[in-house]
Design a protein around this ligand. Structure first.
Ligand code: ADP
Length: 193
């Protein structure tokens, strides 16, 4: 199973991706997680990505395509994966098409979580508060100012990715405002179609 989860920041992609990964026994490939790990490790990629991520902007296509290409070549990704946070631009989607074609792979589904934008900031604030309460470190971009930029980047650069897949007839949409369990069920249903 090879899947893409699309949706704005705070839509619940990470939550659903990790559930799907567990259910199907395949890895969750989150470019956000990979980039944060690179920042923590202070790698050259991390050093380049840090400031732009903290400000809520998008890291360059070249960097993310590179890290995804490397990750997809690892043995555990051969039987499938859930992409979470990638592709985020039409150029990334086109690079992904080329990568998959080169490997003779096909996507099984592209699922978009549809959410009410007004609810997103509240979700992010809740996540930050829960993280803090658990004694963990809050993401540097989980604050209202960076979040607004992330939403702008989503509207300008990532919403067209949904249109890209919709024009190919491969996009399936799910109501992301339902409970976590109900969203999981709805995803299973659209994938079974
Ligand atoms: P969210 O989906 O909640 O916005 P992510 O963890 O997916 O958060 O991403 C966090 C940040 O990492 C993004 O705001 C961006 O700076 C960077 N990033 C992640 N994936 C990509 C990507 N595919 N292209 C460019 N930047 C990315």
């Amino acid at each position: 199973m090879k899947l893409i989860l699309l949706g704005p920041p705070g839509a619940g992609k990470g939550t659903q991706a990790s559930r799907l990964a567990e259910k199907h026994g395949i890895p969750q490939l989150s470019t956000g997680d990979m980039l944060r790990a690179a920042v923590r490790a202070g790698t050259p990629v991390g050093l380049q990505a840090k400031a732009v991520m903290e400000a809520g902007g998008l890291v360059s296509d070249q960097i993310v395509v590179g890290i995804i290409a490397d990750r997809m070549s690892e043995p555990d990704a051969a039987k499938g994966f859930i992409l979470d946070g990638f592709p985020r631009t039409v150029a990334q989607a086109q690079s992904l098409d080329e990568m998959l074609a080169g490997k003779g792979m096909k996507l099984h589904g592209i699922v978009e979580l549809k959410v009410d934008e007004n609810a997103l900031l509240a979700r992010i604030e809740k996540r930050a508060a829960e993280t803090l309460a658990a004694g963990e470190v809050v993401r540097a971009d989980d604050n209202p100012e960076a979040f607004k930029k992330r939403l702008d980047a989503y509207r300008e650069q990532t919403a067209p990715v949904s249109a890209y897949y919709a024009s190919k007839g491969t996009l399936r949409q799910v109501d992301g405002m339902a409970s976590i369990d109900d969203v999981s069920k709805a995803i299973d249903q659209v994938l079974a179609r």
